[in-house]
Design a protein around this ligand. Sequence first.
Ligand code: MLC
Ligand code: AMP
Length: 491
Amino acid sequence: MTSIPTLAAASLRDRATAVALECDHRGESHQFTFGEIDARSDRLAHVLAARGLVAGDRLAFYLANRLEIVDLWLACAKLGVIVVPINVLYRDREIRHILGDAEPKAVVTTAEQAAEFPAGTTCWMVDALDTEADAAPRAATVDGLSEATPAALVYTSGTTGLAKGAILTHGNFTSNAEALVREWRITATDRYLAVLPLFHVHGLGNGVHAWLASGCHMRLRERFDRATIVGEFDAYQPTLFFGVPTIYHRLLECDGDTARRIGQHTRLFVSGSAPLPAQVLETFHAAFGHVILERYGMTETLMNCSNPYAGERRAGSVGPALPHVQLRVRDEQGADLTDDALGELWVRGPNVCAGYWKRPDATAAAFVDGWFRTGDIGVRAADGYVTLHGRRSDLIISGGFNIYPREIEELLLEQPGVREASVVGVADAARGEVPVAYLVTDGPVDEARLRAALASQLASFKSPRAFVRVDALPRTALGKVQKHLLPKWEG
Ligand code: MLC
Ligand code: AMP
């Protein structure tokens, strides 16, 4: 374990002349060497320091994937500044909460996206920062960074409906990267096609850090786009690809020849962040000639489990715990369960976050004697393979993005005429799950008005697929909504 700059130095310094990154920049496709990436972040670090940022300050970004996120990440790591990534699909309510909680000195964004921010927010325009950095001298990495230094606050929703900032340290990122590079045999000769958003830990913690740790070649795309993805595979010929199940579902739309061609030059396809349906695994195997490697991680812990690179990649299982991760299956009282018994997964290790930002209550509830309660329910077989069976909370995962029903319910209850609201996840072939809202209302539901109200406040992926009017919500004697008794929505 070490700090991010030390981990990255193996590529930034030792492979300074090797091409590191290919991406669009200022309207053209560009290639950058590791030396150039190092210099860019040193210069940006100088600019950020000149603007008053010091170790421990927070700096947020609200951007779709682009080169400057890499610059920002490395510059902040070098300064000990804590990065707060904000999902670029978030809207007013989600943004206000994160700003109020993390209190960043500024938000780096584009002129167009700055319009999403409440008046009075300090927004730094990414293009202006970039131009300023071009002319700046190189700043040195600050002293005193260690594995315990916070590197990021990554917001993840809680059962209360309000997102909590997981404090991810330098050591969390470096230990995770070292494990993945070793376990997935990533080397400097790999070519990694990056399409996952860098504002979540899958794209950032796994993708960017496996790249930095291995010194491989990365092509960074703004996002996954089903219309252009085949062209990307053909032109770039990646060896390495990380996706969420929705992306693999979309890739199955490829014709047979295309699938075989893509499969021939790719070495490893990894899936995570939501359950990979066995049918997608099997169909993908038949078409692309690869068994997708499924792994299990979360914002608070980065990677926990992974199917092996060599050895059985078991359908429906997320594989054994990674070597640096301790994993237990425990009952409600925290007692260890035997193999094959269903319980909650608890994890401990250098991958686990330092707690929740300014939330000692939530931190105390989640950590017991250094063990983190994941809230995921699963079993471990005698050979160590873990299978997930759901969650303690009613979290919905749609396209790999998390949705806490409570957040949507609270907003629905603020709308005129809505007396009661309950949101549940229903199965969707492409996105895994989608939210559906059940409402008790005074009079008919004005769906257009509800949609507009939600769209102005929350990310589009949280918008319910349907609004179903019911006379009453099924409740227990204590008043808790029994979501499983709601009438089935058939689409
Ligand atoms: C989707 N949109 C994006 C986007 N993905 N915008 C910016 N950046 C992205 N990455 C927007 C689209 O513009 C559109 O907006 C809407 O979302 C739906 O897009 P779509 O193209 O119709 O969607 P689809 O083909 O279904 O594909 C969506 C997807 C996306 C799979 C590409 O859901 C995605 O990127 N998911 C990855 C989520 C992720 O990385 N999760 C990891 C969490 S970490 P509009 O406004 O037109 O509706 C974690 C821990 C771990 O979970 O490691 O396991
Ligand atoms: P997030 O808060 O976005 O980091 O989401 C983490 C959650 O995603 C985990 O707690 C799991 O419930 C879920 N998850 C991640 N990987 C997998 C997987 N391979 N299969 C099923 N669920 C997963």
